[in-house]
Design a protein around this ligand. Structure first.
Ligand code: CMP
Length: 331
């Protein structure tokens, strides 16, 4: 029962599509989550394109920003550092920025059944989970009851959409067990985290939308999470990307350039834009049978690390496993 509400204050690639990816080439779907996020994106684009007076206003606001410091023990600070170092949302921040976040975060405790976020209301905090589990529900337009979406675990964060897009809360979050959360206020989020987080999402979301292996994902929010988790790396011609025998199963998507899969010195596969590789150790719990080498001077790869797989790509595991047939007995 909800008691309280606290959130007041080598596969075939569609090469043409992928080459043309850009903010306006998103596919449309008719569920209301999609509509909501797309509407929000349009508004955000408008905001970004608007006159320089707004930019001037933003600049002034930045100048006026006075970091909040909420007193806390060194032990609590250490816990917050640990959590923000693992959360995607804070990946791009430097040490000084991380310190500002740690100072501003406030520990909040919830009992089992407490409602932390209520869909449709204004949102003022982003939350990072330190302890406990929280359930996420979403009420869709044509359904009488909210749909259960997922259970959040320690280390994960939620509540960023309302702050990123200046929109009402897109789902409800209820504490399933007693929980300890670190809450970051809207103002600190806007000044320190928002720009970098938005940039990363916008940079990769449209590319991911066009990838055949991700086509079965209906909820665009799932693609957003993949975008958050991506690490981009560039490789020169001839550079080794993954060694034969590697135990790590990071999944590499080719953003541009070309990659060769080699087995015992022989080329066995070629990967181009939109293809992915590296998944075999993760899916089959065995060593990597190929060596992967860059075959272009600026091969750009978008990598989802094995550690992030459960929160991101596990949703397409069936498809990833079905696609293993492309290796035609080479593994
Ligand atoms: P926000 O809209 O601020 O508050 C509710 C949060 O639920 C949202 O941010 C996301 O962090 C999280 N959430 C998880 N899954 C979804 C989903 N499918 N659609 C929207 N929000 C989701």
């Amino acid at each position: 029962m909800m008691k309280q509400h606290f959130d007041q204050s080598p596969n075939k690639v569609l090469k043409k599509d992928i080459k043309d990816y850009g903010p306006d080439s998103c596919s449309s779907e008719d569920d209301d989550t999609v509509d909501q996020i797309q509407v929000i994106k349009k508004e955000t684009k408008k905001q970004r394109n608007s006159v320089s007076a707004e930019a001037y206003g933003m600049f002034n606001k930045r100048e006026n920003f006075k970091p909040i410091v909420i007193a806390k023990s060194q032990d609590t600070k250490n816990k917050i550092y640990k959590r923000i170092n693992e959360a995607f949302m804070f990946n791009c921040l430097d040490l000084k920025e991380r310190e500002i976040i740690v100072n501003a975060m406030e520990e909040k405790r919830f009992k089992s059944g407490d409602q932390v976020i209520k869909q449709g209301e204004e949102g003022n905090y982003l939350y990072v989970i330190d302890e406990g589990q929280l359930d996420c529900f979403k009420k869709y337009q044509n359904q009488p009851e909210p749909t259960y979406l997922k259970t959040y675990q320690p280390g994960e964060s939620f509540g960023e959409l309302a702050l990123l897009y200046n929109a009402p809360r897109a789902a409800s979050i209820v504490s399933k067990t007693p929980s300890v959360l670190f809450a970051l206020d809207r103002e600190t989020f806007n000044h320190i985290v928002k720009d970098a987080a938005m940039k990363k999402r916008q940079k990769y979301e449209d590319f991911l939308t066009k990838l055949p292996v991700l086509q079965s994902i209906a909820d665009p929010y799932e693609k957003t999470k993949i975008a958050d988790s991506i690490e981009q790396k560039c490789y020169k011609q001839g550079e080794i990307i993954v060694n034969q025998g590697a135990t790590q199963g990071d999944i590499h998507f080719v953003e541009s350039g070309e990659v060769l899969a080699m087995k015992n010195g022989q080329q066995v596969f070629k990967y181009v834009q939109g293809d992915y590789f590296g998944e075999i150790p993760l899916l089959l719990s065995r060593n990597q049978p190929f060596q992967f080498i860059s075959n272009a001077n600026n091969t750009s790869l978008l990598i989802v690390g094995e550690g992030n797989y459960k929160n991101t790509l596990v949703i397409v595991e069936k498809q990833l496993k079905a696609n293993l047939s492309k290796y035609n007995g080479q593994i």
